[in-house]
Ligand binder design. Sequence first.
Ligand code: SF4
Length: 199
Amino acid sequence: MLVKEIFGPTLQGEGAHAGRPCVFLRFAVCNLACSWCDTDFRPEGAETLSVDEIVRRLVARDVHGSRLAVVTGGEPALQWDAALAGALRASGFRVHMESNGTRALAAPVDWLTISPKPQFHEGRFELAVTRADECKVVVDDSVDEAALLRYEAMDFGALFAQPCMDARYDAHLARTIELVARRPRWRLSLQLHKIVGLP
Ligand code: SF4
């Protein structure tokens, strides 16, 4: 598996589990190319690791025993499989994954966050995964109330709107607050890890 980084212990920064201690597994490679992507998922500098080595490194990183592995990318669904899911479960980890929703998962996880990027993929609101524990929409100038309505109609549990932390952050934050106020099923998510200076 092509892995960009394994790090921790740290805290989950976003969504329903913000503030929870965890370790991170970041896969390399994504099928989208969002203009404001804040993640380095390029294959350059990534390592090819076996399932056993990934689990060994996560266990080594989880020095305080959170046994929570946040699996992200890039797009983790491109590589996630039953062998890694089984090995993590056997080592006592719960797995929380964040995916862009354009690829079905080859194996289940304990908590699935779909963070759709309608601005950046064909079909816009057409997703491969329309049922998940959480949906987290990154709000830029293109995200409006109609977009939130599309996701409300899908089978998502918690609904989060999160301002894009680019050069127009203040405008995106104001827009997000306005949207959440109008659509009461939604909650504001902030990138807590950036605010407090965690990786
Ligand atoms: S889907 Fe996520 S990881 Fe992929 S390019 Fe977009 S923001 Fe970056």
